[in-house]
Design a protein around this ligand. Structure first.
Ligand code: 5AD
Ligand code: SF4
Length: 444
């Protein structure tokens, strides 16, 4: 008999990737097998994002595409999950008669129940509560076998309400997961061969758990992760500058497996814009944090998020963003044009910036960052650096891994090195990757 299969299309951030892994494991437990072809899947899930208008448009057009598949094959299950599902809720069920379920990011734990309801009575499910606690995955399958890196969500939601951001409205208020659950999940990943774990949360710095064993903050959690047998590398994302404590900064000099990399979004270089964004720090405070980090760990790589064209952003404000970039010298940067999100504070602000002006600013900003990234990468030439090998390079043929500073390195070597840390001498630098040769003196 042909096996029942599922296909999950994941858009957006690492949190969505994590949620998709959770959904996939739940479907595996129900007896479904993954397929790469949506045209043959018995269950299709779209895990959506709506952080910017473009992400929302992409999700809507994917939904149209999968609805057409379902029109041809009406017996299958079609579900929308994630942030767009949360925001649009029943509107999606009304507009897309092919959709069988709409589950918000907090409701992924109901996937099995929702799929069964469709299978049994073609019953549709709408689950978009923001009060539900994040599900605790307790699977013992070998789902992660063959992966070198993995992620663990340590908290859900966000309490910050930055003026531009939709996340607090679609992922609810902050809730931290119990440390015991997180450590057990980490142990399961490691036992399946994962060597590097990234702890995920919208604002991991405000992780806080109060339970039987007392209170645990984020540094306490990092300390416990640092003691985990078999784990070679630890990362976390995302940090909010306003909550980056000295104790956490000190972890970069103290914890043996914490990678020398921090993603610390700055968003804008003008104090006036930062205040309008409700970010709760100034450009000087941000730059002092980076200085402190570099004092504790001189080789730390700092990456960031920035946007251009926030309402009211003048040319002078924009030049201050470029100035901050010149001063800080980020290793790399994710840059975006401000996008109106309905229901946010910024949507109602005056002084919206022209789309063409946003384009010009973004282009200029990205040009500057390209030159900084390239300069930083070129400084690594002839140096030997430790690379955790994750698999094969995109073009194939070579091994591919990352440095502790999160830079991609491609080099020749045998497949047995996948999952191992290898010393690599860097021979060529590009904007998005490095090339190297395995060095003679290999780490154990
Ligand atoms: N418009 C543009 N960029 C945004 N981001 C979040 N909301 C918006 C928006 N409305 C960016 C921020 C954030 C990253 C994940 O996405 O830079 O750090
Ligand atoms: Fe992730 Fe935010 Fe997009 Fe949701 S809206 S998927 S939290 S980036």
């Amino acid at each position: 008999m042909k096996m029942n299969t599922f296909y999950i299309h994941t858009m957006g951030c690492q949190m969505n990737e994590y949620d998709s892994d959770f959904l996939a494991q739940a479907l595996v437990r129900m007896g479904y097998a993954p397929t790469r072809d949506p045209n043959e899947a018995s269950v299709i899930l779209i895990n959506t994002c709506m952080v910017r208008a473009k992400a929302e448009q992409k999700a809507m057009s994917a939904l149209g595409r999968y609805s057409r598949i379902k029109k041809r094959r009406p017996h299958i299950v079609l579900g929308v999950v994630g942030c767009l599902a949360q925001k649009k809720g029943h509107l999606l069920l009304d507009r897309f008669p092919q959709v069988d379920m709409v589950l918000g990011p907090r409701e992924t734990g109901r996937i099995a129940e929702a799929v069964s309801a469709v299978m049994k009575n073609r019953e549709r499910t709408l689950a978009i509560s923001l009060e539900t606690l994040p599900p605790a995955p307790s699977f013992t399958t070998d789902y992660f076998k063959g992966r070198v890196t993995g992620c663990i969500s340590i908290m859900q939601g966000c309490n910050n309400f930055c003026a531009y951001c939709i996340v607090p409205y679609v992922r609810g208020r902050e809730v931290s997961r119990p440390p015991g659950d997180i450590l057990a999940e980490a142990g399961r990943l490691v036992s399946q061969g994962v060597r590097e774990i990234t702890l995920l949360g919208q604002n991991v710095n405000s992780y806080r758990w109060k339970g039987e064993g007392g209170v645990k903050d984020f540094t306490g959690l990092l300390e416990e992760m640092d003691r985990l047998d078999g784990l070679l590398r630890l990362r976390f994302t995302t940090s909010h500058p306003k909550d980056l404590s000295d104790r956490l900064i000190e972890c970069f000099g103290r914890l043996k497996i914490l990678c020398p990399h921090i993603h610390l979004p700055f968003q804008a270089g003008s104090d006036r814009i930062l205040a309008a964004m409700k970010r709760d720090y100034t450009r000087d405070q941000y730059m002092r944090l980076v200085e402190k980090l570099r004092r504790v760990r001189p080789d730390v790589a700092v990456t960031s998020d920035v946007m251009v064209g926030f309402p009211g952003e003048t040319r002078e404000d924009f030049l201050l963003t470029l100035d901050l970039m010149e001063r800080v010298q980020f290793d790399s940067l994710f840059s975006f044009k401000y996008s109106d999100r309905s229901g946010t504070l910024a949507e109602k602000l005056e002084g919206k910036v022209d789309e063409s002006e946003k384009d010009r600013r973004l282009r200029r900003l990205q040009e500057l960052q390209r030159s900084i990234t390239l300069k930083k990468n070129e400084a690594l030439k002839d140096r030997v650096t430790e690379v955790l090998v994750e698999g094969f390079s995109k073009k194939g043929g070579q091994l591919s891994g990352r440095t502790g500073t999160n830079k991609i390195v491609n080099f020749d070597g045998p497949p047995e090195w996948i999952g191992r840390v290898v010393n690599v001498r860097i021979t060529a630098a590009f904007v998005n990757s490095l090339r190297g040769v395995a060095s003679c003196e290999q780490a154990a």
